[in-house]
Design a protein around this ligand. Structure first.
Ligand code: GLC
Length: 456
């Protein structure tokens, strides 16, 4: 399979933050204590100071939620580098970067990524199997590209700080003890290029000329777009989105059956999320997202987000279908920690292929979670076979089976509900994940590749 990938790749600096360390840092940071309490009540949602950073991290740990907050102040970024970079694990980051590596490791033949800042360090994190970087009209694999890049190419290193925390850990803060209800991660991101959906010129040229030989495209990074500064009417995010949409349309014109999957991501602005969803829906073949992202879109559109966040499979299926039919999207894939659920307007899609692909994706993501590494599919599936299926996911699957209007005979739950074909599979749960970051990208990319293969 030949696949185009855009837009966001970066470097993740992965840190395991433990409660004791955070308690100590909070105690030592006397300079902002007064404003801090206020930020826990009214979260700023982005980072302009050290106290904003600590508030975001503590809130995620308190609630067991995941979030990504953008850093607006370079000094905070420099402080994070000084404090955390040396002891961290650096690896591929960015939804698109992670998905491109998954496709390459799992056996795609040619994976061509858009890389906003192609530094030698960034290049070193790309898979060496099937990734090809366009550069001055030629393609180079990940081993070759490092040597081709000029020594002084002065590319900024786009480093995102990921803080993984564990279930059951405790943080002492202001005399209270906060206990972490669920493992998850908080990401602090300073990234001037991916914030703008930056298009690498070499990728743009390559994709314009070669779409006809591609089977699919996997797209993400829209969630990083920002609202205009106060007072400005430029609507910069709209321009960026409209430009991207034109690019996707031109690919579809060059190849009508190019299968385009968009991975939605965690938007900091509901306004941008709605706009992105509404313009992408009629053009792309499927949009993937997790339950947090679905809940945000659902609540903007007048639906109750609570049962979605509680991972109620019926509420998830119905809100996904409602969003699809209201906005003209044909397929949506919702991936949660416990199950993956797909809805499709094409009732002639083969549900067994979808179930096969979702099982495959769930296995690859669980093996990646447990081992922290991507390897070839045989090895990943062997690891996965020893990872138990989610009990919650199995129950969610039975609940959906009872509710759908017309249940079909399938190897897992499938059938017709509200005129859409619905399928669900439980995931596999790794109890001690090396990291939780990128698991949604991994499951989506693996499902995408397997479906392309099964439908070819
Ligand atoms: C976002 C973050 C990136 C992380 C990715 C994981 O794109 O910016 O740092 O690797 O999410 O899904």
């Amino acid at each position: 399979m030949n696949i185009l990938c855009a837009y966001n790749a970066n470097i993740d600096s992965i840190n395991h933050i433990d409660g004791q360390e955070l308690s100590r840092m909070l105690e030592e940071s006397t300079e902002f204590q007064d404003k801090f309490q206020e930020k826990l009540v009214n979260p700023p949602g982005s980072i302009s100071s050290k106290s904003d950073f600590f508030a975001g991290l503590l809130l995620c740990m308190r609630d067991g939620t995941g979030a990504e907050w953008l850093i607006h102040d370079k000094e905070v970024f420099e402080w994070l580098k000084k404090t955390f970079l040396n002891d961290s694990l650096m690896r591929m980051g960015g939804n698109m970067g992670i998905m491109a590596n998954v496709l390459s490791e799992l056996g795609a033949s040619k994976v061509v990524p858009n890389v906003a800042s192609l530094s030698k360090l960034q290049a070193s994190f790309f898979s060496q199997k099937a990734i090809f970087h366009p550069y001055d009209g030629k393609l180079y694999n990940s081993k070759e590209i490092g040597a081709i890049l000029p020594a002084n190419n002065n590319r900024p290193e786009l480093i995102h700080f990921v803080f993984d925390f564990k279930k059951g850990d405790t943080v002492n803060f202001s005399g209270d003890i906060i206990s972490v209800p669920r493992e998850n991660r908080f990401i602090a991101t300073y990234d001037l290029l991916n914030f703008q959906l930056h298009l690498n010129e070499h990728f743009r040229d390559y994709s314009m000329k070669n779409t006809a030989e591609m089977d699919g495209a996997i797209i993400s990074g829209f969630h990083m777009l920002q609202e205009d500064e106060e007072g400005s009417e430029k609507n910069d995010y709209k321009l960026k989105l409209d430009t991207s949409l034109k690019q996707l349309q031109s690919w579809k014109e060059a190849r009508k059956d190019l299968y385009i999957h968009v991975e939605f991501g965690h938007f900091s602005s509901g306004k941008i999320a709605s706009y992105a969803f509404s313009i992408l829906s009629p053009i792309v073949d499927r949009i993937g997202m997790n339950e947090d992202e679905l809940a945000m879109l659902a609540s903007i559109n007048g639906m109750d987000p609570k049962p979605i966040l509680a991972m109620d499979s019926v509420a998830i299926a119905e809100s996904a279908i409602k969003l699809c039919s209201d906005f003209g999207l044909c397929r949506m894939l919702v991936h949660t920690r416990e199950f993956a659920l797909s809805v499709s307007c094409r009732t002639d899609d083969d549900p067994e292929k979808t179930i096969n692909a979702m099982d495959f994706g769930a296995g690859c993501a669980a093996a990646f979670a447990c081992s922290g590494k991507l390897t070839d599919r045989g090895e990943l599936l062997t690891i996965a076979s020893n990872i138990p299926k989610s009990e919650f996911g199995k129950a969610a699957s039975s609940k959906l089976a009872k509710h759908i209007e017309e249940e079909w005979k399938c190897s897992n739950t499938c059938g017709i509900h509200m005129s859409y074909l619905v399928t669900i599979v439980p995931t596999r749960i790794c109890d001690e994940p090396v990291s939780t970051v990128g698991l949604g990208d991994t499951i989506s990319a693996a499902i995408f590749l397997r479906e392309l293969e099964l439908n070819s």
